[in-house]
Ligand binder design. Sequence first.
Ligand code: PLP
Length: 426
Amino acid sequence: MNRTLLAQLEKKIGKLRTPFYAYDPQWIASQADKLLEALPKQARAGVRYAVKANSNLSILKIISNKKIGADVVSGGELEKALAAGFASDRIVFSGVGKTRDELEYAIQQNIDSIQIESVSELHQILELARRKSAHPARNTPIKSPINAPISVGLRLNPNLKVDTHKHIHTSDRFSKFGMDAPAFKESLQILAREPKLKLKGLSAHIGSQITDLRSFSMLFDWMRETAKQAEAQSGLELSYVSVGGGLGVSYRENEKPPTLKQYGAALSKAFKQCPWNLYLEPGRILVAPAGVLVSRVVQQKVQNRKPILVLDAGMNDLMRPALYGAHHQIESLRHSNVTRTELKKFKVVGPVCESTDVFSGNMALPSDMQVGDIVLIHNAGAYGFSMASQYNLRTLPAEYFIEDNSLRLVRRPGVISDLWKDEISL
Ligand SMILES: Cc1ncc(COP(=O)(O)O)c(C=O)c1O
């Protein structure tokens, strides 16, 4: 995020309770426009935003206003996407462990496609298709006509090696995601003879934070050929192929992911004559650079001669560093001109009682950093708040939009009474 945007708000930020997330809504809107602009013109291409990246209602509304659809992975995400205005015929439902309850709800809402990840899930949907019972637990209107076939997709595991962190690599043969070749074959055979289900498309998501365009080109070629073969072998006609998300952002200065234009050009090349709608399911690239986590230094210490800054934000607020050693650049808000400031390497940690609660082991920050200073943890708009928890009984952070030189609350900070409000004291 543009630092000057926040520097102008320094006084206001100083008065707020930290930690909190701040987002630049204009950046998100313009990034969505750029992505749509970069899509291949010859294909009927559409975007399904991966809601898991950031599911703040106000952010979902910005994205749904762009006529972008949603990729959801739980009943909760599906309900929230609908509440945010995503049209049900632009929603796809992925996920390796959808419950029966979630499947029933998705069927009732008549979404674009339930992206099936296993033969057992296919059988379950088939059974539901035969019954098409009313859902007893929810009072939302049922949109699906009783006799219409249920639209499904198959999420495939292409078994491609991708250069990214192993915890966000989803497409090797040991991964739990998607269908392998035998499951795919069996599913096609079932779908070819089953009038109650309509196979609309195939999808694959090979992993996240991918910065090498060759990985995507490999996937695009694989997807095109697999879709052609599937149509030829099954006699079924697909209406879409989805190449998932995964395009990376620049968390470090030397990290140079493909631009949206380069990514779009690779898609154009692979899908020159595309008989199908072409979907993408990006999350990170639409929101990561738009967000910062704002935090205060609450303690300072020196351990084994290493200066340590202890923040009031922890792994419960931003889990990525603890979960996969992810890097987030950290800056001091008070020091507007770091080129004229003497820098020192600090270990920057959170307050949570876990050794992995470390934002950086070696972050260059002004040498006169002190308790009370505010720091900006950059590129925190994706997989930040959406992964936050109340671990150590810490309240959830607030979320703000930066608008017209002010901060507008889009989610209230958690309060202590939230922490055990659902418990039944015996
Ligand atoms: C099925 C699916 N699609 C899309 C995405 C979005 O990935 P990214 O945020 O890397 O674009 C994910 C992320 O895990 C996913 O599981």
